[in-house]
Design a protein around this ligand. Sequence first.
Ligand code: LLP
Length: 420
Amino acid sequence: MSASIGYRRDDEGELWIESVPLRDIAQRFGTPCYVYSRHAIEVRWDAYREALRGRGSLCYAVKANGTLAILSLLAQRGAGFDIVSGGELARVLRAGGDPARIVFSGVGKTVKEIRRALLAGIRCFNVESAAELERIEGIAAESANPAPIALRINPDIDPQTHPYIATGLAQSKFGIALDEAEALYQHAAASPHLTVEGVAFHIGSQLLSVAPLREAAERTAALVRTLHERGITMGHVDVGGGLGVRYVDEEPPDPQNHIAAVAAPLSDLGVELLVEPGRAIVAEAGALLTRVEYLKQSAGRDLVIVDAGMNDYLRPALYDAAHRIEPLITRDDEPIRDREVVGPICESSDLFARHCPLAVAPGDVLAIRCTGAYGAAMASQYNGRPRAPEVLVDGAQAHLIRRRETIDDLMRGESVLVGG
Ligand code: LLP
């Protein structure tokens, strides 16, 4: 059981988050429940900011965890934001984020989303296709202001991660091929409705080596040089996010390594760096608390059935992701057995761990660690399950930042068929 920022186990075997025993959180807010350490988020953010100091700006990837309190805590620290929808734009604005620090990524931006973002005065659209560039140009032509753009290029690099979260290979749906970028930049530079701000890439997520990121930066640097020769200057290079975290025993690079790797190939170009970390800021700060409902032996399997399901935390079911699962209070009156931790959902993939050495009894609460990123953000109501609450711990204080959904929330906006 490894320690991580914001969490510790005391001599009595009890797991704490900051100055609060996690047992108190489970008692007060019930289970399943997401809990985050404010300190852990701030430490990770500050480490990135320090690594980037004087070289550029951070745009937190909202998709990792877009809960308002978390966005507002980052906005208060001067964060920029990477958004991928009109909904995320609205969240950032509601949380007090500065529109002039927002970049807008994503392959399918709708007319409505582009209009709203232009009106809000965002910093840059990261454009993912020729068709999107044309659409943005047309919308900007109807308004008084030109649209700020960067092309998201696809550097065709294998990021060595799970195929579902690899985005920088030629066959992926993301970005614009390097050899098409130049002509599009020529077009954009000549348009009165577009201003060329920079270039962007994002090659994948949960990266455990910086080598592919360095290579992407090298390929991008070559493009920037060519464009500079043609008289098209780039103000910034957006290097995306992607830094991995330690879920079990991975050894991810730190923000310092990440920035050093991408900054080196770009250092003589006079460009500002934008970085879009998501997971690396919030993952380790979060835990999902879940209660053991039943123990069950089935065909040689030692099952621990918990009250959280894949609707609450999807990563194991979707990516076969492994996580540390620990009891809130260690007990020595039960044998440690190799167990499978499963949820209540009617899917065989609703499984949090295949091999987990645990001493547990029904009623015990477990912490699924490192679930602050792509956890609550990807939760659903599948199987008629209200979404779990989220709690932010700040020293000895625990703030409910999102209440548990009710049964009424499950049916909000629906109507029964009247009169057949
Ligand atoms: N920028 C862009 C354009 C992105 O598409 C992403 C993530 C990020 C930044 C942030 O990447 P990060 O620093 O968090 O790796 N649901 C998956 C992850 C999907 C990531 C999608 N894009 C998971 O749970 O592993």
